[in-house]
Design a protein around this ligand. Structure first.
Ligand code: SF4
Length: 446
């Protein structure tokens, strides 16, 4: 039974020291009750209170780690229904189904794609994290494919109804803490014993949310903490209903048997890549903790990774690009130099347009706290007396003989100030719109 904020407050140290990040113990207790804080944030909670509060203050949806070491990925840990309320925490882990019954060439191709489909955006590496290995009836082959996928750097989902087959694979990759799929009403005790033996997370699967909850409660009774839920639905409307139901019961009613991340299978819900991408995208937005695709295709994976990046970034903090010098193409001594703000969207648009011009260029990115050019100018963060010192300290003068700085047309008003700040430089006013950059660069520099 969840404790109220007042009940939790009675057990708090009442120092009101604010070390937990809020001014009073009462505010902290309220946050704990709402699942918006963690007990460890208060260093003064007594052991006795900690014991009593541990389960009451546990996050409403547990964070479950799949995999070990560098290959580990986390799912769950969410505390809100809508990202604008606060933020979503652990991005939907994306994986691909590899059937042990497939031939070596197909499997190798999928694992090669797993390794190679990796994209750099806003200083982050975007890639899939998981391979779900599906039993093809031969335990030896299943274990061999699992090992191969693990060696490729994937966190694993081991999919088999046969406990002996799962055990054969765990003998090879058990130390990698794969997710076992799945404990059902028919094999719950055996899969539970296996998960305990190898200390692995496990999935519970049934055909209805109510049955999933009953099985999950049994696993909790047996001492399992790392559980993933599969409500069994493979129709879009039913699965959306299930995902929303699970999330709402976990967050709003603190219903512990459903307080775990979910796994969804777009690979079993669509028969072509477009529908599969749409399905996966739906469940990145609507609460899928893990989504398994049928293949790794760049044209499907890349948009999903970008969607995931957008959904799982903190809406209260603008996405930013690091301040610095970004060479585009292989710029040299006489290449143009442009400057923009570090709002990620601005950076992507400007760098993309410069790239498409095929004119090698230097792009300077100024830290404007994630504000776009015009907003940053209005806030005094994209102005001459900040840009000038930045240009001087950036090191661009050592990289090139060019002393002409192209500023965004939308910020033309700062050109006078900038000329004072950079007396050795010519200030050029570039296009107002990013779409006009290629023509501008080709016309002036090609
Ligand atoms: S750190 Fe602990 S004692 Fe200090 S205000 Fe927060 S809850 Fe109270």
């Amino acid at each position: 039974m969840a404790l109220s904020g007042i009940q939790i407050f009675k057990m708090m140290p009442k120092k009101n020291c604010a070390e937990c990040g809020v001014p009073t113990c009462l505010a902290f207790a309220m946050n704990l009750a709402a699942g918006k804080a963690e007990l460890d944030q208060c260093p003064y909670v007594s052991d006795e209170a900690r014991e009593k509060l541990a389960s009451a203050s546990a996050p409403p949806i547990r964070t479950v780690q799949i995999g070990a070491g560098d290959n580990a990925v986390k799912a769950g840990g969410e505390t809100v229904l809508f990202r604008h309320e606060k933020t979503f925490n652990n991005p939907t882990a994306l994986g691909c189904l590899v059937a042990a019954s497939e031939d070596d060439a197909t499997i190798d191709e999928k694992l090669k794609a797993f390794k190679e489909l990796s994209y750099e955006r806003v200083g982050l590496t975007l890639k899939a994290e998981l391979v779900a290995v599906k039993d093809g009836g031969d335990p030896g082959r299943f274990a061999q494919v699992a090992k191969k996928a693990s060696d490729a750097g994937a966190a694993l989902v081991l999919m088999s109804d046969n406990v002996d087959t799962l055990k054969a694979a765990l003998a090879e990759v058990g130390t990698q803490k794969p997710l076992l799929y799945a404990a059902t009403a028919a094999n719950l005790d055996d899969v539970s014993a296996l998960a305990k033996e190898f200390d692995c997370p496990l999935t519970v699967k049934a055909d209805k949310v109510g049955d999933v909850a009953r099985l999950s409660a049994k696993l909790v009774e047996k001492g399992h903490k790392d559980i993933v839920l599969d409500s069994g639905s493979r129709k879009m409307s039913e699965l959306i209903r299930d995902q929303v139901l699970i999330r709402r019961l976990a967050l709003e009613k603190l219903y512990r048997p459903l307080g775990f991340p979910t796994i969804v299978f777009p690979c079993e819900m669509a028969d072509n890549p477009v529908d599969e991408a749409i399905t996966a995208g739906t469940f990145i937005s609507k609460y899928g903790g893990i989504a398994i695709l049928s293949d790794f295709r760049g044209e499907v994976l890349f948009p999903l990774l970008l969607q995931r990046l957008n959904i799982f970034t903190d809406p209260q903090r603008p996405m930013t690009t690091e301040q610095g010098i970004y060479p585009i193409g292989t710029p040299g001594d006489d290449s143009p130099i442009l400057i923009t703000s570090n709002f990620s969207l601005t950076y992507f648009i400007v760098s993309g347009e410069v790239e498409s011009s095929r004119v090698p260029s230097w792009l300077l990115v100024l830290n404007t706290d994630g504000l776009s050019v015009l907003t940053a100018w209005a806030a005094g963060k994209f102005v001459g007396d900040l840009i000038g010192p930045f240009v001087k300290k950036s090191g661009i003068e050592e990289k090139t003989k060019t002393r002409k700085l192209i500023i965004p047309g939308a910020a033309a008003i700062i050109s006078g100030d900038l000329e004072e700040e950079l007396p050795d430089w010519e200030i050029a006013i570039g296009p107002r719109e990013g779409a006009h950059i290629p023509a501008y660069l080709r016309q002036n520099y090609a």
